[in-house]
Structure formats: C-alpha cells, structure tokens
Design a protein around this ligand. Structure first.
Ligand code: DGL
Length: 273
C-alpha cells in the first residue's frame, strides 16, 4: 500500500497517451504529470542534453514525493538508459513493454518502428525486438514532424497537412509489407487515426502509452506499491511553458477539461541528489 502518486513525464503532450491509459488501468491511483513544454522537442537533441533534461524531469517528480516514475517518452527511454539506476523509486520507460507487445502481435514477422530521430538512431526498439526473436524483420523510420503537428494541435485525421505528412513518412514502411507498427514516440498515438487510415486495417498499431501503462501496473504490484484507496484517483499536471496551449490540446486529447489542475514550473535548477 502506498500514499504517493505515480509520476509521469514527457517532453510535452505525448505522455498524456500514457496518462489516458493509466487512468483506465489504475483508476484509484493519483497521477502527477510533467510536460517539458518549454524544451520540446527532445528528439533532435544530443544524447548529453536529453540525459540532462531527463534527470531534471525525474528530479522534479521526486520532489513531489512520487512512488514510481514513468518516462512516457520514447526518446528518453531510448537514450537516457541509465536513469533507472539513479532513482530511488521503481522506474520504467516505454521501449521494453512496447517492443514486447509488437513481437506478440506480428503474424508475418515484419514490424515497422516510427519515432523521433534520436529514438530511431539509438536502435532501441529494434534491439529489443531482435532480443526476443532474431527472425523478425524490423523497418525503422524517424518522423520528427509528427511531434510538431501534435504540439501545434494538427491532430485531425481529416486535416490535409496531417494526411500529407503521414503519407510522406509512412510510404516506405507500407511498401515493405509490415503487419505491425510501433508508435515509438508517445506523441504519435494522438494522430493514430490518420496513421491507421493510411496504412489500412491489415496493420496493427502498437501504442506505447497503452503498453507502458499495463507494464507499470505490473511493476507497482510487484513492488507492493498499489494504492489501497477505493476512491477515484486525481491527476495533476505541470508544464515548463505557458499552461494555456497545453490545456487546449490536452483537453481535446483526454476528452475532458484539465481546468485548474495545470500549473507552470521552472526546473532549470533541478539536479538529482
Ligand atoms: N514524446 C516523446 C517521444 O516519445 C518526445 C518527442 C520529442 O520531444 O521529440 O519520443
């Protein structure tokens, strides 16, 4: 039994895909979300910078007394691989749970992976898939513009710009005959309808937010940290840039108002002690 909240962070809005799923899987848990909206995107930055940002994000959540941390960010999960060892609480990223789900889902052994440039260059999902099954063929594509589309509220499947960018990035993977696609950046499920419209019903999309929420629930249980509270958990959001833009897109995406639960913070000074 534990009183603390679950801490989740991402560079911006993407981690809300994990929040949305976590609320379904663990309705009694309190959640504290941090979106580093002042410094998004992370995916085209250096390894050193991504690690520093990830440490500061985690440090902020620790200062809120969280009992577990989820890096709901494909980029951080792929690049800041040692973060887990620096933290005093259980931690998970998105790569392991998502890759495992994709291996289970594929029938023809051809899996596509899309993510930020840092994620794709790290080969994180590919390595994890091949660790599970060396016979699988993995096709990767970085899609950095998807992050900007989402952060700027271009998320409708009917939007011509969204459709155009989806086609430009995914044409190659479609031609490779993949039957499973890992949405390896947590921003991408927000435009999953447009992705699925383009690829068709024959391709299963693996949502890193969903898979990570399920994995995190298992991790809490294993560490005996599940809340024994029967009531509905609360969600509190923190962002490093203005709250207004975050609120607007978060509400569209979560399907409910995040109202007064969003606050601005400055974490430039944060360091893990
Ligand atoms: N949502 C993040 C990810 O999963 C980060 C996108 C970015 O900041 O570039 O990769």
């Amino acid at each position: 039994m534990s009183e603390g909240a679950i801490g989740i962070f991402d560079s911006g809005l993407g981690g809300l895909t994990a929040v949305k799923e976590l609320v379904k899987v663990l309705p009694h848990e309190d959640i504290i979300y941090f979106g580093d909206t002042a410094r998004v995107p992370y995916g085209n930055r250096s390894k050193k910078t991504i690690i520093r940002y990830a440490e500061q994000d985690a440090c902020f959540l620790l200062s809120k007394g969280v009992k577990m941390i989820i890096a709901a960010c494909g980029t951080v999960s792929s690049v800041a691989v040692d973060l887990k060892d620096e933290l005093p609480v259980p931690f998970t990223g998105v790569v392991v749970p998502t890759a495992q789900a994709a291996v289970k889902a594929t029938k023809n052994g051809r899996i596509g992976v899309i993510g930020t440039s840092a994620t794709v260059n790290s080969g994180s999902y590919k390595n994890e898939i091949l660790r599970a099954d060396r016979g699988i063929k993995v096709f990767q594509q970085d899609c950095p513009l998807f992050v900007s589309l989402v952060e700027n509220s271009f998320i409708s499947a009917d939007d011509e710009i969204v459709k155009l960018v989806v086609r430009r990035y995914l044409e190659g993977l479609k031609n490779e005959g993949i039957d499973t696609l890992i949405l390896g950046c947590t921003h991408f499920p927000i435009i999953s309808q447009a992705i699925s419209d383009y690829l068709g019903d024959g391709v299963t999309l693996i949502d890193s937010g969903r898979e990570t929420a399920l994995y995190a629930a298992g991790l809490l249980e294993k560490n005996k940290l599940l809340s024994m509270d029967e009531g509905k958990g609360s969600c509190r959001y923190y962002v490093s840039d203005t709250v207004e833009d975050f609120k607007r897109t978060a509400e569209i995406f979560l399907g409910k108002s995040v109202g007064n639960e969003v606050s601005h913070i400055n974490l430039e000074q944060a360091v893990i002690h």
